[in-house]
Design a protein around this ligand. Structure first.
Ligand code: KIV
Ligand code: NA
Length: 263
């Protein structure tokens, strides 16, 4: 199969075909997901929680993300590889670029950073220097101590308007894609209609251009609290291949997320 690029993602959005994305942290799962047709593999800083047992994503380092990114890059053939910049790694555009270089040289095709319009300058700085950027707005887990917990965002008119302004500013600055986490479905739909870049939802409703889940949630192996937007795709399946295949099929045909996974 052909390599998934930033051009492919734009074409999928334009064609109205849903984009499938999963987190991935090692070569064996990268190979499996690639084989199952997952278009985007995300080396999320969620690895601090699901692989290392930390209670938040804050302790994750650039070196850890680079290590896991290299493993995923070795295991996958055609998927697009996106990796997070961790907490504290993009306080200035220059710092973001230096850390993005580490992650790109480990094998990422795009980096993801959490935050709104305040990051526009950083997005421009990175994209001018050939680092494609996926933005991440709504519930941004690196801000958990600022937000006062893992809470649904964009519920008031004021915060919904702010989120739309953030999305537009990040797109204008050169972002290629945006993750929308834990926002009302209606806002996920409105933001998607407002933008030309693809939106990838996790708890943002069925109208985003694509969906993402943490692989440990999809397989039902994460022992922590389950968010509303999580679905265990191992249920009713007898192999991991079949569970990932069921996820891809459910995203493509629009049956995931269902109402019960949405805000
Ligand atoms: O780190 C992560 O897994 C993420 C996804 C939940 C979007 O950022
Ligand atoms: Na993340």
């Amino acid at each position: 199969t052909k390599a998934v690029t930033v051009t492919t993602l734009g074409a999928l959005r334009a064609a109205g075909e849903k984009i499938t994305m999963l987190t991935c942290y090692d070569a064996s799962f990268a190979s499996l997901m690639d084989r199952c047709g997952v278009e985007v593999l995300l080396i999320g800083d969620s690895l601090g929680m699901v692989c290392n047992g930390h209670h938040s994503t804050l302790p994750v380092t650039v070196a850890e993300l680079a290590y896991h990114t290299a493993a995923v890059a070795r295991g996958s053939k055609s998927a697009m590889i996106v990796a997070d910049l961790p907490f504290g790694a993009y306080g200035t555009p220059e710092q973001a670029f230096a850390n993005a270089v580490q992650i790109m040289q480990a094998g990422a095709h795009m980096i993801k950073i959490e935050g709104g319009a305040w990051l526009a300058e950083t997005v421009r700085f990175l994209t001018e220097r050939a680092v494609p950027v996926c933005a991440h707005i709504g519930l941004t887990p690196q801000s958990v101590h600022q937000l006062g917990g893992y809470k649904v965002q964009g519920k008031t008119t004021e915060s919904a308007d702010q989120l739309k302004a953030d999305a537009l500013a990040l797109q204008a600055a050169g972002a290629s894609m945006v993750v929308l986490e834990a926002i009302p479905s209606q806002l996920g739909k409105e933001v998607t209609e407002l933008l030309t870049m693809p939106t990838i939802g996790i708890g943002a409703g069925p109208d985003c251009s694509g969906q993402v889940l943490v692989m440990h949630d999809l397989l039902g192996v994460f022992p922590g609290r389950k968010a509303r937007f999580v679905k265990n795709f191992m249920e009713g399946q007898t192999s991991i291949d079949a569970a990932v295949g069921a996820y891809v099929a459910a995203v493509k045909d629009g049956s995931f997320p269902a109402l019960e996974h949405c805000f």
